[in-house]
Design a protein around this ligand. Structure first.
Ligand code: BGC
Ligand code: NOJ
Length: 814
């Protein structure tokens, strides 16, 4: 069952029924002012940091699901009837409801008793505000006397405090109202230099700023007293819960349309200019007033909307594919790339599943996210890399997370996740391959943000590599530490106390438990570093890296192979994990994916056998589960993985993040059919038809789909902010379609399904646009190339002369 459809021309997903299985959301903003918005106008806004500068209030885990939003009510003043054109909060049976989630905007519209209302929500580029452009049309044969009510509930800035510290919060709320603009200024009188405002393009008939006056005592958002009676009381909030609500009266002739623009914004003032007059406690509104005046003119809002569309056009055309598969095209050209930008902007902070008050930016996560967005915003990727590297510790290890506002490592979580350092090598490698910016390696970057500790970025990479060599376990495999990629495989934790964090509790000294996954990761990172060293003329150093990589590969083959698949780890008793010897958790996806992706056993068939075992034991029609059999009970020695009920999350859920590792492994053994088949199983667009089972948005990846052991097999959770976005983008574009960045140019190495006649790609790379056409002339993956009409040996398109604008590439597969 579907709840809407894709409009690929407009790059929109159109939801045609408001009661989707879960709120289906979109993001507003792409620089500093952000919001999440659901298909019924739920969600909230914030400036930079979803916890510390929350502008509007949202109540997670509510019933109904999605409460707190950007609401508009319409009231027919003749009958007194009122409704919400975005369905929530009144939930009237609307005619012609649609929600169009597009690139950086959402338009929600409907018709009710002959009145059409459509609101376009977006954040203009380079502004710290959002616009709601409401168009109301009277389709009745008679004139309509209508009232429009807008409403937002302000958050008292720190979202964590806002939802817990009521003994203080109920006394601190403050507002000002001037020229119909509502200013929210809680704590502005003391240490804050920022405030929020909510303005309207029309002359208003009244306003409310105290929630209880808007709603009425013991009433909810579905029947606010002010809307019901048809006028507002001009309340001024002192404490309790400040809201912003405008009342606008509209008289519409038959057929007439009117537009009302609401502007919700965030403004900072220099400390010495906070008040006007200076010795007063009144907000200095000069800068805010100028912005408000601009957007009261609807033509200005339209012009800004156009700029935003152009911004997305430019980003999305950087890599554009035309394949025989509509789901591939749609995800690569639109939604997957868009989701990669969302993970860049949000990391894991604010979604319907991430409350915006939780984690900082993950070291591992942010480096992997780079794989998906580096071609779109390379300068910002560079900045991100340098920020990340500055939180690396002198040991080469890394803080697992850092806080974006301070850019400092997060002490609460600390370090000791022994895979972390390698992702920096992979992130930097991806950046240099994309941009050719070798200069980044010379940037002086501190350790642990300590002034005076600066070393060239290259040295950070060297330390990342050495970190593992200095931490090898009894079998010569890397020690796992607190966890590797799988945050829930906590082999040194041994926690029997409820509520303890599995990631930071460590009851073992960590000298025994080893990770075969980190060993696979070490091969990839080590070869990357060797390539980088060779390009810097450090041939001997490169060889020493390759020598260590060779040794590790041998160790994997000796101690990391279980007969038919790769082992996962050794626990604190040096017992195998992910082995036929285990009663549960016999086989894990991570090592089948990462070791085959790293090329272990390509020559002698180990890779093919591991992939075969994956197919037989882990693959389901909804994707590849993380391990089998699921853990049926809690294992003290394994940690959080066994805390989840079977089939969910890391305990045998389909973790969509690591499915692409297996896809890439399949391309390495040349199996394009299998690789693309796995790609399709978790591709949200290809799952649109089963939206009632999948339940999450059909336009973006979710972190997890419940595995075969779960009662709800096939049900997705944790959509949007997940490494899944980058890895799927990387797997399909660089390995299946095979348009792969390298240090020396663009590689053309497709491993596509046999029944594809070919495909086309337009890819901007190092300043030139490559027009690539791939055609099948046989069943295999052997490539012959023609570049600008001339044959080229091998499958690397050499870098063109500086200034070249276009490169035409024809590839034939045999
Ligand atoms: C989740 C992991 C996540 C970790 C982050 C765990 O509860 O299952 O997916 O990476 O928390 O702290
Ligand atoms: C989500 C975390 O953000 C990521 O870092 C981790 O690799 C996966 N969960 C798997 O545990």
């Amino acid at each position: 069952m579907k709840y809407g459809y894709f409009d690929d021309q407009k790059r929109e997903y159109v939801i045609t029924q408001p009661d989707t299985p879960l709120p289906w959301i979109n993001y507003l903003g792409c620089q500093a002012y952000f919001g999440i918005i659901s298909n019924t106008a739920g969600g909230y806004s914030f400036y930079r940091d979803a916890r510390l500068r929350r502008i509007t209030r949202y109540r997670y885990n509510n019933a109904p699901y999605d409460f707190g939003g950007r609401y508009v009510y319409l009231r027919d003043d003749a009958s007194g009837e009122f409704w919400s054109p975005s369905w929530q909060p009144t939930r009237h049976k609307l005619e012609e409801y649609s929600c169009r989630h597009g690139m950086g905007y959402t338009t929600i519209g409907s018709k009710y008793k002959g009145i059409e209302a459509r609101t376009r929500y977006f954040v203009p580029l380079d502004e710290n505000l959002e616009i709601w452009q409401l168009t109301v049309t009277n389709h009745r044969a008679q004139a309509a006397e209508l009232s429009v009510f807008s409403v937002v509930e302000f958050c008292l800035w720190d979202a964590q405090d806002d939802s817990t510290n009521f003994q203080r919060n109920f006394s601190i709320g403050q507002v000002e109202i001037e020229d119909g603009v509502i200013y929210h200024k809680t704590e502005y009188r003391e240490r804050r230099d920022h405030f929020a405002y909510f303005a309207c393009s029309e002359k208003i008939a009244g306003y409310e700023t105290q929630r209880e006056d808007f709603l009425g005592a013991y009433r909810g958002w579905e029947n606010p007293a002010a809307v019901e009676r048809g006028h507002e009381s001009n309340s001024v909030a002192h404490g309790w819960a400040p809201v912003g609500s405008h009342h606008v009266k509209l008289s519409l002739k038959p057929g007439e349309s009117r537009q009302v623009v609401f502007v919700l914004g965030y403004q900072e003032n220099p400390r010495e200019e906070k008040f006007d007059p200076p010795d007063s406690q009144i907000i200095n509104k000069k800068s805010a007033k100028a912005v408000i005046a601009k957007y009261r003119v609807t033509a200005n809002a339209d012009a800004e909307f156009k700029k935003l569309s152009e911004y997305w056009n430019e980003l999305l055309k950087l890599c554009h594919v035309d394949t025989p598969d509509v789901h591939t095209n749609r995800m690569v050209n639109i939604w997957n790339a868009y989701q990669c930008m969302a993970t860049f902007n949000m990391s894991r902070s604010a979604s319907f599943y991430e409350s915006g008050i939780g984690r900082g930016l993950g070291f591992r996560d942010s480096n992997q996210d780079l794989l998906g967005f580096v071609h779109m915003v390379p300068e910002r990727a560079r900045e991100r890399i340098l920020d990340l590297a500055a939180t690396q510790l002198p040991s080469g290890g890394a803080y697992h997370q850092y806080q974006p506002l301070t850019k400092r490592g997060n002490n609460d979580v600390g370090s000791g996740f022994n895979d972390d350092p390698h992702w920096l090598i992979i992130g930097v490698g991806a950046y240099i391959k994309e941009t050719g910016d070798w200069g980044i390696l010379g940037e002086a970057v501190p350790y642990d943000n300590e002034p005076g500790s600066e070393m060239p970025l290259y040295e950070h990479l060297q330390r990342s590599f050495r970190y593992t060599l200095e931490r090898l376990g009894p079998h010569g495999l890397p020690l796992i530490g607190r966890a590797d990629w799988n945050d829930c495989l906590n082999l040194n934790c041994f926690s029997d106390t409820p509520g303890q964090s599995f990631q930071t509790t460590t009851n073992k000294d960590g000298k025994v438990a080893e990770s075969v996954f980190i060993a696979g990761l070490f091969l990839v990172a080590g070869r990357e570093l060797a390539d980088i060293a060779r390009h810097r003329g450090l041939g001997k150093e490169a060889c020493s890296y390759l020598c260590e990589v060779g040794k590790m590969e041998k160790t994997i083959r000796e101690h990391g192979w279980d007969g038919e698949w790769f082992l996962r780890a050794y626990d604190d008793f040096s017992r195998k994990i992910g082995s036929k010897e285990n009663a549960e958790g016999k086989i894990f996806i991570e090592t089948q994916g990462f070791c085959t992706l790293a090329g272990v056993g390509l020559e002698d068939g180990l890779a093919a056998r591991a992939l075969d075992s994956t197919r037989k034991m882990l693959a389901t029609k909804h994707g590849i589960v993380l391990q089998q059999p699921a853990y049926s009970k809690y294992y003290l020695e394994y940690g959080e993985i066994s805390s989840y009920p079977p089939g969910y999350k890391e305990n045998a859920g389909i973790f969509c993040h690591n499915n692409p590792w297996v896809m890439i492994g399949e391309t390495r053994v040349g199996n394009g059919d299998q690789a693309h088949d796995y790609y399709t199983r978790i591709n949200p667009s290809a799952r649109e038809e089963i939206s009632d089972v999948h339940r999450c948005e059909p336009y973006v990846y979710a972190q997890m789909i419940a595995g075969r052991d779960a009662a709800t097999h096939g049900e997705a959770k944790n959509s949007w902010l997940t490494g899944t976005a980058a890895w799927n983008y990387y797997a399909i574009t660089q390995w299946i379609l095979g348009i792969r960045t390298s240090f020396d140019g663009l590689l053309i190495a497709p491993v596509i399904p046999k029944n594809w006649a070919g495909f086309k790609v337009s890819r901007k790379f190092r300043g030139a646009t490559y027009q690539i056409e791939v055609q099948r002339a046989g069943d295999g993956n052997q490539v012959s190339l023609e570049v600008n009409g001339a044959p080229v040996q091998g499958n690397l398109v050499p870098l063109p002369a500086a200034g070249t604008k276009t490169v035409s590439v024809k590839a034939t597969l045999r």
